[in-house]
Write a protein that binds this ligand. Structure first.
Ligand code: SAH
Length: 523
């Protein structure tokens, strides 16, 4: 880059990205929207933009809540425009993050005009509007062949009885097949009356969907003439969508075809480092993972012991290195990396992994296990290694402090000499993320996953011994030992994975939830 162009890049006017955040599920932002958010220096966000999206921002980004920023009052449109202009003029990358699509009742186009008026360039990143995507999540397609071939999206903000109203309810009432009303919860009676007066039958199916696409999504359904009363009885509140039309009848049928995990809050209690696979699998089926790590790895390795194991390893002094967990593999490889070594240290040594997850952890560091014990327990490893003939062999065993004796004892009995190397301790964390804790305490968790007995005990400790807010949740355990620990803690599991893996756990949980009541189906 020439000096002149480098200059213009830093001293030039900034840029504004007007980004649609989608209806509520943070996964429903677009790829372009997320990229803009990650690069932003300033983010001005709306109340309806999912707060979880802000976690994607750079730590140094300035985050401005347009719903609160002005001394606990929502900022006015003029203030918002002024802030956008100010930061862009200072040469910053600014993201204006709005719920749904920025041009659907989002005043996005007004902001764009304000920027254009002062010569600031902007990029519009469209979003999934609640009007279409929010209804889809509730099992209501805005069109359906043979049922609805047109739809209208209408603001319910205006008083329909006003003479000079901009919305022509009487004409809209019968002009299109599906009517979607945003911002209408406070005026349901007047809207319904206007539609019926305009000729729409009071028997037309109608529904309200609150907080669509989030874990708090709720829907109610009734004929148009009764929908306002039904919504009141159910306590439906904004943000909610009103949908009127024959497509509402498809809701019950379509809900049966969605994943039973959709929008269920699932507690994940693994360590932060290990939670990601489970979190991804849950998200892939539309679940809302709540991560509350109930276990933490505390490094306990003696540096001198690590150095001497490494020296012996490099000198070809071990016939086998045995890894009994993915953590052991990761921590040992981290430790030798800190000593300046890498996978080549294992050149003269064969590798044994206790199961597929441990083998994968080795593979992620460029090491292929020579032996993966089929039975993921100490005896399985001993039997597998015995079959390889380990009498007289030297074995390196890097693992957790206080691991069971059966494995080293069994290997010694088979004639091997074993160097145990304690690396870390699994300990309960000192603190827990407050948002996750609050959701647990409020009884908002639909399912709990336990992947080891220590996660059960530690979660109880994190909750001050009170597991009662989780009694109504579905309890899912990865295997029989964990299940026993959960039962002893007063949370008898409904789900014990057949296949003892994270994928097996998710599959078992899905099957269990499918057999229970489906909140989406019952109005
Ligand atoms: N630009 C947004 C709409 C902004 S107007 C979009 O494209 O979705 C705000 C109204 O949108 C709310 O009053 C409500 O009627 C609707 N809305 C937005 N998000 C919603 C959600 N998750 N569930 C139900 N309604 C929602």
């Amino acid at each position: 880059m020439s000096a002149a162009s480098a200059m213009s890049a830093t001293s030039g006017v900034g840029h504004v990205w007007l980004v649609g955040a989608g209806p509520g599920d943070p996964g429903l932002i677009t790829v372009a929207g997320l990229a803009a958010l990650r690069r932003a220096e300033v983010v001005l966000y709306d109340r309806l933009a999912p707060p979880q999206l802000l976690e994607a921002c750079d730590q140094t980004a300035v985050l401005i809540d347009a719903g609160k920023a002005a001394g606990d009052h929502a900022m006015t449109q003029e203030q918002i425009n002024a802030v956008l202009v100010e930061h862009a003029r200072a040469g910053r990358r600014v993201v204006r993050l709005k719920g749904g699509d920025p041009f659907v009742f989002g005043r996005g186009s007004e902001e764009l005009l304000a920027l254009a008026a002062v010569g600031i360039a902007a990029t519009v990143v469209p979003g999934v509007s609640s009007a279409i995507g929010g209804l889809a999540a509730a099992g209501v397609p805005v069109t359906h062949r043979g049922v609805a071939s047109s739809f209208a999206v209408i603001t319910g903000h205006e008083d329909p009885t006003k003479a000079e109203a901009a919305v022509h309810w009487e004409r809209l009432a019968t002009a299109v097949d599906t009517l979607v009303v945003l911002m209408g919860v406070g005026r349901l009676d007047a809207i319904v009356a206007a539609l019926i007066a305009g000729g729409r039958s009071g028997d037309t199916p109608a529904a309200l969907v609150q907080e669509a696409t989030t874990a708090d999504q709720r829907s109610v359904e009734a004929p148009l003439a009764r929908i306002a009363q039904t919504a009141r009885e159910a306590g439906i509140k904004a943000p909610a969508l009103l949908v009127v039309g024959e497509v509402v009848r498809l809701r019950a049928r379509l809900a049966g075809a969605t994943s039973p995990l959709a929008r269920r809050r699932v507690l994940v209690t693994r360590t932060r480092g290990q939670a990601s696979t489970l979190v991804e699998l849950l998200r892939a089926e539309g679940a809302v993972p709540v991560v509350l790590p109930a276990i933490e790895l505390e490094r306990r390795a003696d540096p001198a012991a690590v150095w001497s194991s490494l020296a012996r390893l490099r000198a070809g002094g071990y016939a086998w290195a045995v890894f009994t967990s993915a953590n052991a593999a990761e921590v040992y490889l981290d430790l030798i990396a800190e000593c300046g070594a890498d996978a080549r240290a294992f050149a003269g040594c064969r590798l044994c992994a206790i199961g597929p997850a441990t083998a994968r952890a080795l593979a992620a560091r460029g090491l292929r296990a020579d032996l993966v014990a089929e039975q993921a327990a100490g005896e399985g490893v001993v039997a597998a290694l015995r079959a390889q003939g380990i009498a007289g062999a030297s074995v390196l065993l890097p693992r957790a402090e206080g691991g069971p004796d059966a494995l080293p004892a069994g290997l010694r009995e088979a004639g091997a000499s074993v160097d145990e190397l304690p690396l870390y301790l699994s300990a309960p964390p000192a603190t827990a993320p407050p948002k996750a804790l609050a959701l647990v305490r409020a009884g908002k968790i639909d399912a709990v996953t336990f992947t080891s007995s220590s996660t059960v005990r530690n979660l109880a400790a994190l909750l001050g011994g009170d597991l009662s807010p989780l009694r109504g949740a579905t309890i899912a355990c990865i295997g029989p030992m964990t299940a026993q620990a959960a039962a002893e803690a007063g949370l008898p599991p409904q789900v014990v994975a057949e296949e003892q893996s994270v994928a097996g756990l998710v599959a078992a949980l899905r099957a269990q939830l499918a057999s229970g009541p489906r909140p989406e189906v019952t109005p």
